[in-house]
Design a protein around this ligand. Sequence first.
Ligand code: PEP
Ligand code: MN
Length: 366
Amino acid sequence: MTTMNFKPIFGDAEKRPIIIAGPCSAETEEQVLQTAHELAAQNIDLFRAGIWKPRTRPGEFEGIGTVGLGWLRRVKEETGLKVTTEVAKTQHVFEALKYGIDVLWIGARTTVNPFSVQEVADALQGVDIPVLVKNPINPDLKLWIGSIERLYRAGITRIGVIHRGFSHHGESNYRNVPRWQIAIELKRQFPDLPMICDNSHICGRRDTLQAVAQHALDLNFDGLMTEVHPTPDAAWSDAAQQITPAQYHELIGKLVFRKAGADDPEFLQSLDHLRQEIDEIDDEILNLLGRRMGLAENIGQYKYRNNIAILQTDRWNEILERAIAKGMKKGLSEEFVGAILRAIHKESISLQSKVMHQNEKPIEKL
Ligand code: PEP
Ligand code: MN
């Protein structure tokens, strides 16, 4: 594993939150410039527009290509905004650098592929440019970290990550389910890595953009990336999730930006007490779990001696139902209690089966 020391994306001290907005795709020069001017008036930090679009099916709009880079250069000249676009291969990197793109991003369909990420990293060797790495489309934290490491080894130190949710099978309210825990774990391992929430690709629709953006801020994310288009319904890609500059203004205006920490000693002290209490409770939970597993081991011995199967479905159902009913009375969700109990049960079964197989000689009846 590489030890990584990241530098702030925009120079000396990181400005928070980092606000990124712009159309999913650059479509026409007019569309790009109009959006950019309206967003510049809202003081965003970075203007986004896809030039090369990785589409799931061929035949959909696959990006306007190099001509669009000239439009982004005009955005910089006319508005002073910094600009960013997605790159997935050497040619994209070279072209983007030639046109003075300020920040590059790696898309979710690229992060999944170590060959492609390495190609981009190799093309960037020796270049000092910020790169934002979107999570891979599948919920694989190692792949996400691997992409960051490949860039870092190529000498890129101004790195940020974009959480855009994960693909899934079956019905969901999200286009890409957030699985916040994965982003939180990345942040835990690399606290200096700015974490930006792409609410557009998580939601896939307009009516939930606000709630998801707020949730990200509540989780102490460092910024937001949102798709904005002058006429969203007529967008050439991702029409359902894009919003107008005016709607974007309203969305940002309604957000509650919270401080990452606080300097107020009174606040810190009460926070400290609460944290101590949480640590104590966590210790208690672990002690209890240890005791519970000890009992499971005894039961395993008993079942072994009496040749009883480990899994007793009736008993398991009874445990689960009882816990869910009790938990709900205490305001714990069914999903949460179920997940905890399942994890405990799984560990308990594996302990019991270890006990059974420890005994060298299989008993005759088996
Ligand atoms: C995009 O930002 O328009 C895009 C293609 O996103 P993702 O890589 O997250 O699908
Ligand atoms: Mn898009």
